[in-house]
Design a protein around this ligand. Structure first.
Ligand code: MRU
Length: 364
């Protein structure tokens, strides 16, 4: 039912196949990614995008960097894994899932090195770790869906921004997962999708995947969000996140903050849906979240045609931060964080850490 954003093909050596998202919905093309540089490029170009999907892609990217080495000594394998992780870390700065996944991969290499494994066994361990990250994301999406579906009554209408669905994750999505789960349980749910300027993830991806799943979706431009709220068409807002600070400030696609302000004005609940891997425990609040700036051409040449005068100054931040005070709740895999603040976020992170500690680490 859900689109499969990316997958590892073969054993070792293998490669990654992903949906080339820049071409959707016009063309459905599968992209084969066979090297670290190709993976870095795919992430930067948004061929694969969305915070959790970027993490999974980067994890597989590390495997691509170690699977074909002429020198398979354990020292060289670990060194090349670190080099691949450093290259992939430069692909995009905002989504913390990228760094979370790369940290897991480096920790796995170090752990297996310390266990005395030889080079090929360390490579096999890295593939197992990337596959575990992928499986964890799939399972987490399902849990987010179950927790979030409780917020949706039969007949609910949701407004969403950007794409936080199956195309943005290794599973069924974050913000769209509650919609999929509620729909599967027989609830009627309707969605208004913001088109999401400038790269149109809402129009090209969210509308596409919801249509594909048979869910009632209506496309609007970003500037129409206030109007549909004023017309009382929206019951709640569900969005994803790229990085959440310890106080609950949540960074997501540019325009999300405006939606949150509009929701507050219209007394509409505003929920963020995100896995714990999207929380950055190093940041006290959202002010230090690095905001990616993208090329001016994304605004001046929307999809090929010039739409602005030559030489005009352009500012193109790809993300913004919604302060915690505008957030009704954050849906996580360990439950709903209502009216997020430092204490409640830390309690959820502690629950997540306890759950991870209770599970055995993945082994090849
Ligand atoms: O620039 P993008 O398309 O990678 O931005 C994606 C978003 O902002 C998503 O809302 C976010 O990553 C959550 S995805 C589950």
């Amino acid at each position: 039912m859900h689109l499969e954003t990316l997958r590892w093909v073969g054993a070792l050596p293998g490669h990654v196949e992903m949906i080339e998202q820049t071409l959707l919905p016009e063309r459905s093309v599968t992209l084969a990614v066979e090297s670290v540089d190709q993976m870095r490029d795919a992430i930067y170009r948004l061929a694969v995008r969305g915070a959790p999907a970027i993490g999974v892609a980067a994890a597989y990217g590390v495997v691509l960097g170690v699977q074909d080495l002429a020198d398979t000594s354990r020292e060289n394998v670990v060194g090349c894994a670190r080099e691949a992780a450093a290259t992939l870390a430069k692909a995009r700065p905002t989504a913390v899932n990228l760094f979370w996944a790369l940290a897991r991969m480096k920790a796995r290499a170090d752990r297996d090195f310390a266990r005395g494994l030889d080079g090929p066994a360390i490579v096999a361990g890295l593939l197992a770790e990337a596959q575990a990250i992928h499986a964890h994301d799939r399972e987490t999406c399902r849990l987010l869906g179950d927790v979030g579906a409780e917020l949706l009554h039969d007949g609910a209408t949701v407004l969403t921004h950007c794409n936080a669905g199956s195309l943005a994750t290794g599973g069924m999505g974050t913000a769209l997962a509650p919609i999929y789960r509620a729909h599967a349980a027989g609830k009627r749910v309707r969605v208004f999708a913001d088109e999401t300027r400038p790269l149109l993830q809402g129009a090209r991806l969210t509308a596409h995947e919801l249509q594909h799943a048979g869910i009632d979706v209506t496309l609007i431009t970003d500037s129409m969000a206030g109007r549909v709220m004023f017309e009382r068409k929206i019951d709640l807002v569900l969005v994803g996140a790229d990085r959440i600070a310890r106080n609950g400030d949540a960074c997501n696609k540019i325009g999300t903050y405006s939606v949150a302000v509009l929701a507050k004005e219209h007394a509409i609940p505003f929920y963020v849906v995100a896995p714990l891997s999207t929380f950055d425990p190093e940041l006290d609040d959202g002010s230090k979240i690095p905001i990616e700036e993208r090329p001016a051409a994304e605004i001046t040449h929307g999809f090929g045609r010039r739409t602005a005068p030559e030489g005009v100054k352009v500012y193109n931040p790809a993300f913004d931060v919604t302060p915690a005070r505008l957030i009704t709740g954050i849906v996580t895999e360990v439950g709903l964080i209502e009216r997020p603040n430092l204490a409640r976020v830390e309690a959820a992170l502690a629950r997540g850490a306890a759950r991870t500690a209770a599970k055995p680490a993945s082994r090849p």
